[in-house]
Design a protein around this ligand. Structure first.
Ligand SMILES: *Cc1c(COP(=O)(O)O)cnc(C)c1O
Length: 394
């Protein structure tokens, strides 16, 4: 697969991205970059990946016209059904790609970090599939909150390491995973879960997720009953499902809308909207928009959905934002919950809370979108969120 719109030689997308990492990891990042470019140019690798995406993940995922919601909203609304991918979300597209890459590099051990556990489960899945050793770092608080996901990972043979340090949440798990990698790069690959981190990770994850947008191009190709999209909407946490669907459309002159988490409301400061309300700085190895205070200290993000609860965002989205390739908006917890209920009642699909942010924006913007063909990237299914939502009803 040819690589279009690559970052520059320093791993930058415009002013963003780069490789802000400890010296000890630089050789591993260069090795990974080279291995990745070689792999994607090798038909054996891409053939194996495509076979697994088809037979194991169930790709291509369908595109579905939401007839009842279309009628109610006065738009032509379609869902790209990543919720139907194996494990129930888009994350597995990336973890299978990176696990294959690890195997190709002769690295039998894979590490990852996870917050709510979704990326950990997707990584454990890919490692079980390919027979790789899998270690997942998770903050002790998250281990407690997400017991079922911990058990899922263990069922698939992964070792989950509970990190007690610091606040015992995601950023402490990231630090521990980094520490592990510094000491283990010889035999270990670090699977990053979104289009974030130092170069080449944002590029690698985008390339493994762009299959979403490429499929959509063939599915809605302008033939009868298959209108080309006018608007594509995706939620943005780190930004991998959004980049995956946006990238093939970056020059198409259509409206690309990334929806961040406004949490309790942008004005409360308790949100996850780094592109809407943040400013550029360095986080987890790359320069990008992030949530920071006057002193440049990172501010904790908040969202009802774990996948959007991240204070940074992939660097390529920062470029998209500044250049207007895409625009970014934010939706509150309450509006996302409302949209989740409406999608459930109206289409019989319980979406992930993350994906519900996208529908909430579409519902609010419907008067301006009248008559347009709008595609929502339905990044995942809501089974994982049902228990949490029930509590709000209680
Ligand atoms: C993890 C997750 C997200 C957020 O991650 P991105 O990298 O921004 O795509 C969105 N939706 C679902 C269902 C997820 O599991």
């Amino acid at each position: 697969m040819p690589i279009e719109f690559p970052p520059n030689a320093r791993g930058r997308f415009g002013d963003y991205g780069g490789r802000f990492a400890p010296e000890t990891l630089m050789p591993a990042l260069f090795e990974l970059e080279q291995a990745f470019y070689e792999a994607v140019a090798d038909p054996e690798f891409t053939g194996q990946l495509n076979q697994l995406l088809a037979d194991y993940v169930g790709r291509p995922t369908p595109v579905f016209r939401a007839n009842r919601l279309s009628e109610q909203l006065g738009i032509d609304l379609w869902f790209k059904r990543e919720d139907l991918a194996h494990t129930g979300a888009h994350k597995v597209n990336n973890t299978i790609g990176q696990a294959l890459l690890a195997a190709r590099m002769g690295k039998p051990r894979v590490i990852a970090e996870t917050g709510a556990g979704q990326h950990g489960v997707a990584t454990a899945t890919a490692c079980a599939l390919l027979g790789l050793e899998c270690v997942v770092y998770m903050g002790a608080k998250d281990v407690e909150r997400q017991r079922l996901n911990v058990y899922r990972m263990q069922l698939m043979g992964a070792e989950v390491i509970s990190v007690e340090k610091g606040a015992a949440t995601l950023k402490d798990a990231v630090s521990e995973a980094m520490r592990d990698w510094v000491g283990s790069v010889e035999n270990t690959h670090y699977v990053i879960g979104s289009v974030v981190g130092p170069h080449p990770f944002p590029l690698i994850v985008r390339e493994f997720q762009k299959v979403i947008g490429e499929e959509l191009q063939t599915q809605l190709d302008g033939s009868p009953g298959r209108p080309r999209p006018d608007v594509i909407v995706a939620c943005v946490g780190g930004g991998s499902n959004a980049m995956g669907i946006f990238h093939p459309y970056r020059d198409a002159g259509i409206d690309l809308v990334g929806v961040e988490a406004a949490g309790f409301g942008i004005e409360t400061g308790s949100h996850g909207a780094s592109l809407v309300a943040g400013s550029p700085g360095v986080i987890h190895g790359s320069r990008t928009y992030l949530l920071q205070d006057e002193q440049g200290q990172i501010i904790e993000a908040h969202s009802i959905s774990a996948g959007l609860d991240y204070p940074g965002v992939g660097p390529e989205h920062s470029l998209y934002r500044d250049t207007g390739i895409a625009r970014y908006v934010a939706v509150t917890d309450d509006d996302a919950l409302g949209a989740l209920r409406i999608m459930s009642e109206t289409e019989g699909i319980i979406p992930a809370l993350e994906s519900a942010h996208g529908l909430a924006w579409i519902m609010a913007a419907a008067p301006e979108l009248e008559g347009k063909t709008v595609v929502l990237n339905l990044s995942g299914r809501g089974d994982k969120d049902v228990e949490q939502i029930e509590k709000f009803d209680g």
